[in-house]
Design a protein. Structure first.
Length: 266
């Protein structure tokens, strides 16, 4: 459900970076409106798919080797998606590195309005996500746990967890050696067993904030196999926090179940 809009925005970024302008055009609603930076050289608005595409073609003619680098996860609030990025390129020689945030509004699987912001917090405020801004420490903690786990930096990974952490596996995930683990040590033993069995890494696809909790869509890309079968597992996780560490981890078989658990079902 909620990931469908993120996938459309991803497709638009990938098409731009690949220079596939026909694919980019298909990401836009025929009546799309693009509003640029208020103090930018071309603030717009540009109304209609053809007007937006003409502006992009002009940008490609002006910039050399331009590319978009995402610097954070997509933030989804239902029909709106935010993406924090760096726009890299060169104009007549000097290198260009502009950090900004795009906010996209989607309708029926296509982008029909998007705008640019210099200030990330301002962009989130337009989405009604002020609570996100005050939850950035928790979001950063989730990202740090994922990264240190992938790096096998066990000391830092363990330091993100409260000593009395509770981790639960819900639904189909309960098949992974039990349903509940209490205490940091018990969780770490389970985590090491899973890593030893299938290896791999976890990728965060998207994150949403629900009050003092964080919901993440995660994909486990295994380097090993289970019973000879390669493992790629996509699931939703709800994180709870206390005193600067993760106090509870609830894993669900899919993202919609995780959203429903915190009252964010669409």
């Amino acid at each position: 459900m909620w990931q469908e809009n993120v996938e459309v925005v991803k497709a638009a970024f990938y098409a731009w970076n690949a220079g596939e302008m026909d694919a980019l055009r298909e990401c836009y609603d025929p009546g799309v409106i693009m509003r640029g930076l208020e103090d930018g050289p071309e603030p717009g608005p540009f109304v209609g798919r053809e007007a937006v595409m003409r502006e992009w073609e002009q940008m490609r003619a002006t910039f050399d080797a331009d590319a978009i680098e995402l610097i954070s996860d997509f933030i989804d609030s239902g029909d709106r998606v935010a993406a924090r990025l760096i726009w890299r390129g060169a104009v007549r020689g000097p290198e260009l590195n502009m950090e900004m945030t795009n906010v996209f509004t989607l309708r029926k699987g296509r982008i029909f309005y998007f705008e640019f912001f210099w200030d990330h917090a301002e962009a989130l405020a337009t989405m009604g996500l002020e609570e996100w801004a005050v939850s950035q420490e928790n979001v950063a903690l989730v990202r740090r746990q994922a990264q240190t786990g992938n790096d096998r930096d066990l000391a830092t990974f363990e330091s993100t967890l409260c000593e009395d952490l509770v981790m639960r596996l819900n639904g189909g995930l309960a098949d992974l050696q039990g349903t509940e683990f209490r205490g940091r040590e018990a969780y770490m033993r389970w985590w090491r067993d899973v890593v030893d069995a299938i290896g791999g890494r976890v990728e965060i696809e998207a994150i949403r904030v629900a009050g003092d909790q964080v919901v993440a869509v995660l994909t486990l890309l295994a380097s090993g196999t289970t019973s000879g079968v390669p493992v790629t597992l996509r699931f939703g996780t709800v994180y709870s926090f206390r005193g600067g560490c993760i106090s509870a981890i609830d894993n669900y078989y899919n993202a919609d179940e995780a959203l429903k658990a915190v009252g964010l079902e669409e």
